[in-house]
Ligand binder design. Structure first.
Ligand code: PMP
Length: 440
């Protein structure tokens, strides 16, 4: 029997964000992982150049995390956090509050980035209602933003394919323009010079809708899933100023940038811009157990506690909010980041990463290269009449060559675990250079 006999057009697994029929014909199966590598079902070592889906920041099978989860499952498999609680959930919250920017010191738990985003949006709406400002219902996202797949997230999100088959979505949502401007900013190293004026879009939307109707603005400080779009210098600070002027809450979706991806705990810290709410997930548990966390400002929490008209201050939560296995994984993950000084490692590695990545400039089809922290993107020229085909070919060739990369259309995104060595960085870019040379 072929090793892929179970994967065919009649397979029962409807795969997420995947061309299922193509996969059935040409599957890529993973059976184990350790450190920087996956093992494929045919026994090959595959370098994980994407930390899974931007989540395995500490590398695979980190012993601290594995042991913590094993211990936890043998002690307390599950406990509810509606009306009951576990000491560890309080401990984790205290630790997180100490790591998020000053003032963001209350944490609400979810199971994913999508849930964190929808939670953040709901808390923003709730906050204005608590203050007697319930006319503020409008939500502002951004073109090409990715905020997960809940109805809130796809409504404020700006990726057309994620929206167009799903009806009318949420009412009262508008979008800023995205900040991607290759004509002015191609091959920038770090954040681009041009485009701070795009933040003025928010003033335009305030004028259009009347700011007293706007509850919140949500952006990814660095947009990841849409192909690594960086904020122009000064852009995020400008958004903060405009929000402050008009009483609008600023939400950062840090599902990718949280937990060290830019060399700091958050992008908020990296950029020195503090939002009112931060949505996180992924790196919180190193991807080992699904979990998200939403950090909110003291003022938002206080307004709920002081002004709620019901004993339960927020009618929101999940069966698995603060799931004991997830909490154990998160505590161990934070400990691994601390004990192994992983964020400092990202900071130290970032210049080498940037230089090695930009060495690919001039290879066939390379239209732009972008980087920040331990994130990189290589934007390829699209094949005429076949957008995405070249990126797809690169992904498949990389897998054959023992590399996991992520592609969004014709953009290759790279975000390795923080434990990647300098030699592995060199090896990664050598192999990528070879793959680029072989693309049609
Ligand atoms: N927001 C951002 C910025 C993300 O990158 C993602 C996932 N890539 C999400 C939200 C959604 O997270 P999840 O897939 O865990 O729901």
């Amino acid at each position: 029997m072929s090793r892929h006999a179970k994967i065919n057009d009649a397979s029962s697994f409807w795969m997420p964000f995947t061309p299922n029929r193509d996969f059935a014909a040409d599957p890529r199966l993973i059976v184990a992982a350790d450190g920087m590598y996956y093992t494929s079902d045919d026994g090959r070592q595959i370098l994980d150049a994407t930390a899974g889906l931007w989540c395995v920041n500490a590398g695979h099978n980190d012993p601290l995390i594995v042991e913590a989860v094993q211990r936890q499952v043998a002690t307390l498999d599950y406990a509810p956090h509606f009306n009951f609680g576990t000491p560890q959930a309080f401990e984790l919250s205290t630790r997180l509050a100490g790591l998020f920017p000053e003032g963001l010191d209350h944490v609400f738990y979810t199971n994913s980035g999508s849930e964190s985003v929808d939670t953040a949006l709901k808390i923003a709406l709730h906050y204005h209602r608590m203050r007697g400002d319930g006319a503020r219902t409008r939500l502002i996202g951004r073109e090409r933003g990715y905020h997960g797949t809940g109805f809130g997230g796809i409504s404020v999100g700006g990726i057309v394919n994620n929206r167009r088959h799903f009806g009318t979505l949420l009412n009262g949502v508008d979008h800023l323009r995205h900040t991607h401007d290759p004509a002015r900013n191609a091959f920038s190293r770090g954040c681009p010079e041009h485009g701070v004026e795009l933040a003025e879009d928010l003033e335009r939307l305030c004028a259009l809708h009347d700011p007293s109707t706007i509850a919140a603005v949500i952006v990814e400080p660095m947009a990841g899933s849409t192909g690594v779009l960086l904020p122009p210098k000064g852009y995020l600070a400008r958004l903060r100023e405009i929000c402050d002027r008009h009483g609008i809450l600023l939400i950062f979706d840090e599902v990718i940038t949280g937990y060290g991806r830019l060399g700091k705990m958050t992008a908020a810290e990296y950029f020195g811009v503090t939002p009112d709410i931060i949505a996180t997930a992924k790196g919180l548990t190193n991807g080992v157990v699904p979990m998200g966390a939403v950090a909110v400002s003291r003022e938002i929490y206080a307004s709920a506690m002081e002004r709620a008209d019901t004993p339960i201050e927020l009618f929101h939560g999940y069966t698995y909010s603060a799931h004991p296995l997830a909490v154990a994984a998160a505590l161990a993950t934070l400990e691994s980041y601390r004990a192994n000084e992983m964020f400092a490692r990202v900071e130290a590695l970032a210049p080498k990463w940037e230089n090695a990545l930009h060495e690919l400039r001039g290879r066939p089809h390379v239209a732009d290269i972008r980087n920040l922290g331990l994130v990189g993107a290589i934007e390829l020229e699209s094949r005429p009449g076949a957008p995405g085909a070249r990126g797809w070919q690169a992904m498949k060739l990389a897998w054959e060559e023992g590399l996991m990369i992520r592609v969004t259309g014709d953009i290759i995104a790279l975000s390795p675990p923080f434990i990647i060595t300098e030699a592995q960085v060199d090896g990664l870019f050598d192999r990528l250079a070879d793959i680029l040379d072989r693309l049609d």
